[in-house]
Design a protein around this ligand. Structure first.
Ligand code: F3S
Length: 755
């Protein structure tokens, strides 16, 4: 299903001119990443060179993907923009809200009941505003995107960190927060700091037990979880050409685990094969016509040290299979060395579960390689020592794997086939084999293995490997098993050795699916009614924010002076609160409950100036709101770091916080506050943080003349009547001041739209 060949042809029709122009301006050959970035500038043709790691640049992504947990607030906001349709092709994917427990049939039907209102809402709003909708069970967002939407040389954003998976098809695909997606859906540019570039040169060829997964497990070991921050990782070399397209997707997928902005590969034969196998020969034909623009200029790969900020070289012929973990995906250990390490650290050797699938590793090739191990277990009479769980990446993969007998092979081993969804990868796993929080080990082919990630148990030691290695380790039931050298004892008491895995890149009889789960939107959605029950505790239609008036910025009260680290998690916690992601008023009950009060070093315990009592932050704030009193939040350095979660700005705004005054901001959070029509300010003199007392009242004495490049003056009135006058810096430009004056960026869009 090639859904948007016209859009793709449109991108290819301008790529030559834009890339040639960029090459002329930059004055040297270009990497692939640069070609994609310069051909997606918001203003069209490049006119100047951008400094990597320094300049903020406006881009025009080609498409957007949303997953069900993040789509709720993104779409609720989009509905406020007053647009009849999304400006850029967009799809919604229901994959995060489905719990894995008994197997696909029961689990899916349970999710369809428990999250019915959320799914109904997402389907109706998608239908109304022109978004493609993928039903629960249709598959995991990134697998579905790779199978249907990704295309070489394209740029996409998605409200999920593993959007980067689409780099396997030669895209620049980047995970963003809902607020960014809303901007692009509403027809606004998307801003990104021009990334630095890491080049990974792959030589040799993978063989035997080594797989594409081991490339990224190795890279993660080298770069660590922060090593890719602010960078695009571009893979190249003969070794890259020898990898399948889905193998490349796996490598790009886990680029999120090294903090990379994204990862990508140049267009090659493997991508062409994949495009044709997934019914997109028209995309392959179009790509072939601009082939030289879909990979780097040859000079960039011949002398990479001149074109990349950092180079890593890996010889795939020498690369050994790895298992990374526990608790962090960058703790890389070659299989065979893990036993000694586990004993040294006291990690449980016995393995309870082997989990195969997720957006990282559920391609046809992955399943055939893992099934080739599972089949040997049946043939050689090896009784598996661990439980097996399989999450196919999409209904197309599941249907094809079922047709070709792969799922039966796993079922013969007693595996549970879960829904085509995230399941245990996002903690949606009702695991029944543990009584409490006991120490245990699992192996999986997913990407993340942080504490509690899979099952909520902080004592589950999760190790990440390739699907075939997960299958072998799970068969043996031991973390110290090395299938390349060790044997297993079968049911007849004989010693048997596993043969190397054998995979098939693409199904010889083609992909097949009966019911893909895709629902196209109505051509004219104007009559579609968006379904949200008034009594819902999970969804709430948003009301536009009223502008914060100058008068309300006089006599403001301090809500909390946060001490030390205050991340978006401290401002809007995840965990059980995920349930309320689509209901602003309900999720607002977690506002700032993780922030430490500077006056008593306690969390969620602040002085309510109206009563003199100490209470929870949301409780105090709701009382200020009831009295129409605006409040201010004071914070330390890098306030709002962590994620681009827009809830961390929307919730305080909803509850009546008007200003956030800190020593410094995490940039994305600062922008999110501005977008919601609030004042995001920094102390001109950091030491003024110490002047703020818990009974203080604030007057913004020159807010009438709020303008670019002019600090604001705040009078701080203490309980004893004494006063301090402090200066607050800001980074608002004229349009952003307009967001503040109009109440929010969305209000401005709506107004422009109505004009
Ligand atoms: Fe889902 Fe896990 Fe991927 S949560 S999107 S399968 S990283």
């Amino acid at each position: 299903m090639a859904f948007d060949i016209d859009m793709i042809k449109g991108v290819y029709s301008t790529i030559a001119e834009r890339v040639d122009k960029a090459r002329e301006i930059v004055g040297r050959p270009l990497t692939l990443s640069e070609k994609i970035l310069y051909s997606h500038l918001w203003d069209g043709n490049p006119t100047k060179q951008f400094r990597r790691g320094k300049d903020y640049v406006d881009f025009a992504p080609d498409r957007i993907a949303l997953q069900d947990a993040t789509a709720q607030m993104a779409l609720l906001q989009f509905m406020q923009a007053g647009k009849p349709k999304v400006a850029v092709p967009t799809t919604t994917h229901c994959d995060h809200l489905i719990q894995a427990k008994s197997g696909a049939a029961q689990d899916l039907s349970r999710a369809n009941t428990s999250s019915k209102e959320v799914f109904d809402f997402l389907e109706s709003v998608s239908n109304k505003y022109g978004l493609g909708f993928w039903r629960p069970g249709a598959g995991i967002i990134h697998q579905v995107v790779l199978e249907n939407y990704a295309f070489p040389g394209g740029m996409m954003i998605g409200t999920d960190s593993h959007t980067v998976n689409a780099g396997g098809l030669g895209m620049v695909a980047i995970g963003v927060g809902g607020a960014d997606a809303v901007d692009v859906m509403a027809g606004m540019p998307w801003e990104l700091k021009f990334p630095k570039l890491i080049g990974v040169k792959l030589t040799g060829k993978i063989s035997g037990w080594t797989s594409a997964k081991d490339v990224i497990l190795k890279v993660a070991g080298i770069l660590t979880v922060k090593g890719g921050t602010g960078c695009i990782v571009e893979y190249f070399g003969e070794g890259a050409k020898n990898l399948s397209c889905t193998g490349k997707g796996t490598i790009c997928n886990m680029g999120a685990e090294i903090g990379a902005t994204t990862s990508t590969f140049g267009y090659d034969d493997s991508m062409e094969r994949y495009l044709r196998a997934t019914d997109r020969s028209d995309v392959a034909d179009a790509a072939n016509e601009v082939r030289e623009y879909l990979t780097a200029d040859p000079e960039a790969y011949a002398e990479p040290e001149k074109y990349f900020d950092q180079i890593i070289e890996i010889n795939l012929s020498e690369l050994r299979p790895h298992l990374n973990g526990p608790f962090t995906p960058d703790l890389a250990t070659p299989v065979g060395e893990l036993g000694a390490k586990a004993r040294e650290h006291g990690w449980p050797i016995d393995v309870d579960w082997g989990l195969i699938g997720s957006c990282t590793n559920s391609s046809y090739e992955d399943l055939t390689r893992a099934a080739s191990i599972a089949k040997q277990a049946v043939d050689k009479k090896i009784k598996p020592k661990s439980d097996f769980g399989i999450n196919p990446g999409s209904e197309q993969i599941r249907f094809t794997a079922q047709r070709d007998g792969l799922l039966q092979t796993f079922e013969d081993l007693g595996a549970t086939i879960f829904t085509n969804a995230c399941g245990p990868c996002i903690g949606q796993w009702d695991r029944s084999d543990l009584k409490g929080d006991e120490k245990n080990t699992i192996v999986h082919s997913f990407n993340r293995n942080f504490s509690k990630r899979a099952d909520g148990n902080p004592n589950t030691h999760a190790f990440v490997g390739s699907p075939e290695m997960v299958a072998a380790i799970a068969l043996s039931g031991r973390l110290d098993f090395d299938p390349m050298n060790d044997t297993l004892i079968n049911e007849d008491g004989q010693e048997v050795k596993l043969d190397e895995p054998r995979g098939i890149e693409l199904p010889p009889e083609g992909f097949e699916v009966e019911e893909s789960g895709y629902v196209p939107p109505k051509e004219d959605g104007s009559s579609v009614e968006v379904k949200v029950s008034k009594d819902s505790e999970r969804l709430q239609i948003l009301e536009p924010f009223e502008p914060i008036t100058n008068e309300s910025l006089q006599g403001m009260k301090l809500l909390i002076k946060a001490f030390g680290k205050c991340t978006t998690d401290h401002i809007s916690m995840a965990g059980p609160w995920l349930r309320y992601r689509g209901h602003l008023d309900n999720i607002a009950n977690n506002t700032l409950i993780g922030a430490v009060n500077a006056f008593n070093k306690k969390t969620n315990f602040v002085k309510n100036q109206l009563t003199g009592e100490y209470e929870g932050v949301p409780d105090a704030q709701r009382q200020y709101k009831a009295k129409g009193i605006k409040t201010i939040v004071v914070g330390d350095h890098n306030y709002g770091e962590g994620s681009s979660r827009e809830h961390a700005a929307m919730q305080p705004r909803h509850l009546g916080v008007a200003a956030v005054l800190v020593k410094s901001f995490a940039r994305i959070h600062e922008t999110n506050l501005k977008k919601q029509g609030m004042l995001a300010l920094t102390f001109a003199n950091e030491a003024d943080y110490d002047l703020i007392q818990e009974d203080d009242t604030f007057n913004f004495i020159d807010i009438d003349s709020f303008s670019e490049d002019k600090p604001l003056t705040i009078e701080v009135v203490h309980a004893d009547g004494s006063k301090d006058t402090i200066k607050a810096n800001h980074s608002y430009n004229a349009p952003q001041i307009n967001w503040f004056r109009e109440g929010s960026a969305l209000n401005v869009i709506k107004k422009e739209n109505a004009a």
